[in-house]
Design a protein around this ligand. Sequence first.
Ligand SMILES: Nc1ncnc2c1ncn2[C@@H]1O[C@H](COP(=O)(O)OP(=O)(O)O)[C@@H](O)[C@H]1O
Ligand SMILES: [Mg+2]
Length: 335
Amino acid sequence: MAFIEIDGLTKKYGEAVYALRSFSLEVEKGEWLAVMGPSGSGKSTLLNILGCLDSPTEGRVVIGGEKLARLGPADLARFRAEKVGFIFQQFHLVPYLTALENVMLAQYFHSLAEEQEAAEALRRVGLGERLHHLPSQLSGGEQQRVCVARALINQPNLILADEPTGNLDEMNETIVMGLFTELHREGHTIVMVTHDPEIGRMAERRIELHHGRLADISVFPAREEELIDNLLKAVWHVQEDTGKTVLTVEAVPEFAPNRATFLLMAQEELIRLDGGSLALTAHGGPRAREIIRGTASPRGSSSIPLAWNLTCSTPTPAASSTRSARKSPKSSASS
Ligand SMILES: Nc1ncnc2c1ncn2[C@@H]1O[C@H](COP(=O)(O)OP(=O)(O)O)[C@@H](O)[C@H]1O
Ligand SMILES: [Mg+2]
């Protein structure tokens, strides 16, 4: 049984507006899902229903074994406070309360330790020095970090985020996305609405909504394959130009504007990212060579024959490409 099971979800406003239409989806525990799609496609409606801020017209939602429709008002409030952490684009902080008080306000289990716990949550997001500041005395990025602390205070299983970086500059976006990466690594299940493809790529899986329906489920959409191929090619050329197999990220001009894709390529073990250094793996090296020679198959890395390397006779400066002929791509690059 999946952690989140959504079955035939429909949300109708008035007679004619369908925010969601027979929408079904499963999300596994610990998964990071990005919900994408144009404005008005039903993304916020979906998130609000998952967080019990709204109820469906039809359909069934089960989260962690709890059927949401079966919960009465008191149980819904408990479920929301205990199991779900919300992060919104518009922050929704209480303007006359300090950062610390805003986090404490969300605490469900009130205890003597509450102030220390709230302070600890704020230190975790790098705001240990800002506990007693009002929202108006904090930058947008800092306010959103208060919201992350607030979402985490009850140690929820599920984190729901609606355009969490929508109001942030690039620097703060990177900080907040770094926090999400950490939360994902710790095993939280994350459902994040975003219209930014660069943010969406950081999730494990993306879905796209169109007019309240599921338009696309993809791990690797075709255009992304093309981008990955081009980035592999770019890394290869820098390797050739510099004669080095281990590069700094600054040496690759394509790195900065495509950080999320590079992270994805590291997850796919096409490259190795280690601090500020970047190298092609035993899987990515041959792939890059294949692309440059124009013999790459269009369906992406998973379809590269394992014996590909044996048929390649051109000497190249690729890093450790000789290993890939003997090992499978997955096992050869996992070190
Ligand atoms: N409270 C509401 N009353 C009437 N229509 C609504 C309400 N909330 C959302 N809608 C409509 O439902 C559709 C989906 O909205 P929403 O989920 O907010 O989309 P998104 O978050 O993808 O931009 C839109 O057409 C919107 O106008
Ligand atoms: Mg929305």
